[in-house]
Design a protein around this ligand. Structure first.
Ligand code: AMP
Length: 382
């Protein structure tokens, strides 16, 4: 381990190592390079979204711990853009460099059951859930649930590995379909809306919060989000306070997004934590003084955090690979809406459901920005 004191500042000119190489790393690398840092990225992929921007792209398995150690020894701090890197990979990196957020944050957030249990045990509001590890668990707990969702305990994101179930028999078939792996059975929330807060915390414990956003999902994947959310200042304040409590309890250094369900009686339930910039925070690039990616850089480097203030209400629409079904989308048509900003991630294969890019618009109100991004996206394939 290089002699870096945890309270020292990692200055421009230093090298940031990023575990993972997707679009989150790409937007981080753009922010880091703009501020004069160098970026090394590590993942099993080549010509990746992050690698196209980084100074160095290492294409090796996460399990190659010697290669991970070499990668970490060559950088000043390691962060990640993908929380499902194996714990052993983060531990090997930590032998040679600061890793921010630290391994405990990864440990809690990369496993749904561990995350939900940690939240509940630490007094944060969550949906009712039960672990499923065998047929006995299903027989015992499924009859206590009405409509529910069975989710894999590990490695789930964007609604992958999830089954809606209505009875013990359906729960059993779903559990068999997911290969009888450890799972969580969770009550379905009849929510009013889904909200999220991107929060950032520096090594001294200073926290900054973005305007909570309101998120619409289609098929378990974020489709459109907009901010500020329309449910008032009390909901925003409550969401920020829960987020603060979580970042403090986990001693996070870095960015973390807390996703919520807002129930019909205006109660917030934490759905998920992401220990990194989040899709719902992409609009901060075009609508805020400091983007979530620059905040990630500032926090992991120990620089003072920037302002999270929004210039204008904004909305973001994801561009999934499905948009390519009829050929290359009509980029000029979307750009002909002057408020629209186009972000593409440099991915070569536009598979259905794959996040290829997004568009953001700012407007006088969040609702108007939402209409603009939806209309601009529709123009892509007209
Ligand atoms: P997740 O991967 O757990 O964030 O789930 C993806 C999406 O599925 C969420 O954003 C919700 O739209 C939906 N979903 C997940 N869990 C629940 C639940 N308990 N009740 C209602 N909808 C849910």
């Amino acid at each position: 381990m290089k002699p870096v004191r945890p309270d020292s500042v990692i200055l421009p000119g230093s090298i940031i190592g990023v575990l993972g190489s997707g679009q989150l790393g790409r937007m981080f690398a753009i922010a880091a390079r703009r501020m004069g840092y160098r970026v090394h990225t590590y993942s099993p992929d080549r010509d990746s979204p992050t690698g196209q921007i980084a100074d160095v792209e290492i294409d090796a398995p996460y399990e190659d711990l010697d290669r991970v150690r070499q990668f970490a020894a060559a950088v000043d701090v390691v962060t990640f853009e993908f929380e499902n890197v194996p714990a052993a990979t983060a531990a090997a990196a930590a032998e040679h460099a600061l890793v921010r957020p630290a391994g405990n944050v990864l440990h809690v957030t990369q496993h749904r059951l561990r995350e939900k249990s940690w939240l509940r045990d630490n007094g944060f509001p969550v949906t009712r859930f039960e672990p499923i590890r065998g047929e006995e668990d299903i027989a015992r707990v499924a009859p206590q649930f009405g409509p529910a969702i069975l989710k894999t305990a590990g490695f789930g994101y964007d609604g992958k590995g999830q089954y809606r179930v209505n009875s013990a028999a359906e729960t059993k078939s779903a559990w068999e379909a997911m290969g009888r792996q450890e799972a969580v059975l969770e009550a379905i929330v009849d929510f009013e809306a889904e909200l999220s807060v991107v929060a950032v915390r520096d090594p001294r414990g200073v926290c900054v919060f973005y305007e909570p956003s309101c998120n619409h999902h289609v098929g378990g994947i974020l489709d459109v989000c907009y901010a500020p959310q329309p449910f008032g200042a009390d909901v925003a304040k409550a969401a920020r306070e829960i987020a603060r409590g979580i970042l403090e309890a986990l001693d996070v250094t870095g960015v973390m997004c807390v996703e919520f369900f807002l129930t019909r009686n205006r109660q917030l339930l934490v759905n998920e934590l992401a220990p990194r910039p989040h899709n719902s925070g992409h609009l901060t690039i075009d609508a805020c003084v400091t983007s979530q990616f620059e905040q990630q850089l500032r926090s992991v480097c120990g620089l003072p955090l920037g302002s999270a203030e929004m210039f204008r209400p904004a909305a973001m629409a994801n561009l999934l690979g499905d948009l390519w079904a009829g050929g290359e989308p009509d980029w000029a048509a979307a750009c002909s809406v002057p408020e629209v900003k186009l972000h593409l991630y440099g991915k070569l294969a536009p598979r259905a459901g794959r996040k290829m890019g997004h568009i953001t618009a700012t407007a006088h109100t969040a609702a108007e920005a939402g209409q603009v991004v939806r209309a601009a996206r529709a123009r892509l394939t007209r």
